[in-house]
Design a protein around this ligand. Structure first.
Ligand SMILES: [Fe+2]
Length: 368
């Protein structure tokens, strides 16, 4: 008999809704006396999130506002130096997935001055990271509720680390901040959330709880993705639905991690500069096709319980990717072959996906 199983661990004090940063200012101030604020160059300012956080902190702080679209380990090291010099005792990441993941990494590096990349990724940290708070300004990453940070290491590879000590203590999600996103960012981050939920649902590590988070995310996302595809003006309610869906997606991957689309999507971001969400979504139709063959019942459940037909799903996903073209030269496919050998994320999915099958997927993606 199949064992019913629900497992999960998510110790983040999560608050969402309009005005939550000011309403929960005390939650931030409780974390320490002086935060390092970690942001990208634009979204924290344009969205109004940085101003709100400054008002909520209402005291001394230091600011590192140079986190790029794919956070570099070298930038995290520079930010940690600033935090040490200015004696910050907690970190607040403000922005999309990049500043939030960077904040997690910086919290580790600041607590452990001079830490090398090897020690960081070994997870053998002499001291616990500084307390972390995050304020999301996009609706996709789900990093608010995960113990994962994805950082680009020297050489250009995106590499993640997972550790319970990097769960944010506090996450504040005001969907109003997502209203200033461009239509491209809105689409790319929303489809990233769809990838999180879909990959998690079809992961071998999924359980009853994570699958329900994933199904809820997909149910919320598909009508919104249709509106995005049809270039409808999104209302605040739409933004709130998208934000909540991204949190459900984060809760799902918190138990399972991601699968093939993320593993292979990293390549398209690293080598072809594709925004993260689009890069992963390029592999979603292939991923669904594999699951339809390997897990027909699970696939049926994915569609019936989310109220979306396979045909509509495919129309929406491929419609959103219509403008995205990537040409992957054969030399690149050969050069990158080894990264699919023994790839844990790919093996977490159903079916025996060989490295040669990954090469073929890249050739098909490239032709589209
Ligand atoms: Fe993602």
């Amino acid at each position: 008999m199949k064992k019913a199983e629900m497992t999960g661990y998510m110790p983040v004090r999560l608050y969402t809704g309009a005005g939550c940063v000011m309403q929960q200012a005390e939650e931030l101030r409780k974390l320490g006396t002086k935060p390092l604020l970690v942001t990208g160059r634009h979204s924290a300012k344009v969205s109004g999130a940085l101003d709100d956080v400054l008002r909520a902190v209402d005291g001394p702080y230091a600011l590192f506002d140079a986190i790029g679209q794919n956070p570099l380990l070298t930038d995290c090291m520079r930010a940690a130096e600033l935090a040490i010099q200015t004696q910050c005792d907690y970190v607040i990441g403000i922005g999309g997935g990049s500043p939030l993941d960077a904040a997690k990494c910086i919290a580790v590096l600041t607590a452990n001055p001079g830490m090398t990349q090897d020690v960081l990724y070994s997870l053998q940290w002499p001291k616990d990271p500084l307390p972390i708070a995050v304020v999301g300004t996009t609706a996709g990453t789900g990093s608010e509720v995960t113990k994962v940070a994805v950082i680009t290491v020297p050489g250009g590879r995106k590499k993640s680390f997972h550790h319970e000590a990097i769960f944010p203590r506090v996450a504040l999600g005001d969907p109003r901040y997502t209203c200033s996103m461009s239509s491209t960012s809105t689409a790319s981050t929303a489809i990233d959330a769809l990838a999180h939920a879909t990959e998690s649902f079809f992961s071998r590590k999924a359980n009853e709880l994570s699958q329900n988070y994933a199904l809820r995310a997909v149910t919320l996302l598909m009508p919104e993705l249709k509106k995005i595809l049809q270039q409808e003006e999104l209302t605040f309610d739409d933004r709130e639905i998208l934000y909540n869906a991204s949190i459900y997606g984060g809760l799902a991957i918190n138990s399972t991690g991601t699968c093939l689309p993320h593993a292979m999507g990293y390549l398209l971001t690293e080598q072809h500069g594709l925004p993260h969400g689009y890069a992963c979504a390029m592999f979603l139709p292939e991923f669904l096709k594999i699951n339809e063959q390997e897990q027909p019942e699970l696939t049926r459940k994915y569609f019936t319980e989310t109220g979306c037909s396979y045909g509509d799903w495919l129309d929406i996903v491929t419609g959103l990717l219509q403008e995205i073209h990537v040409e992957i030269p054969e030399e690149e496919i050969i050069r990158e072959h080894s990264r699919w050998i023994g790839n844990g994320s790919i093996q977490k999915g159903w079916g025996e996906i060989t490295p040669e099958a990954c090469d073929e997927i890249l050739r098909r993606i490239s032709q589209e």
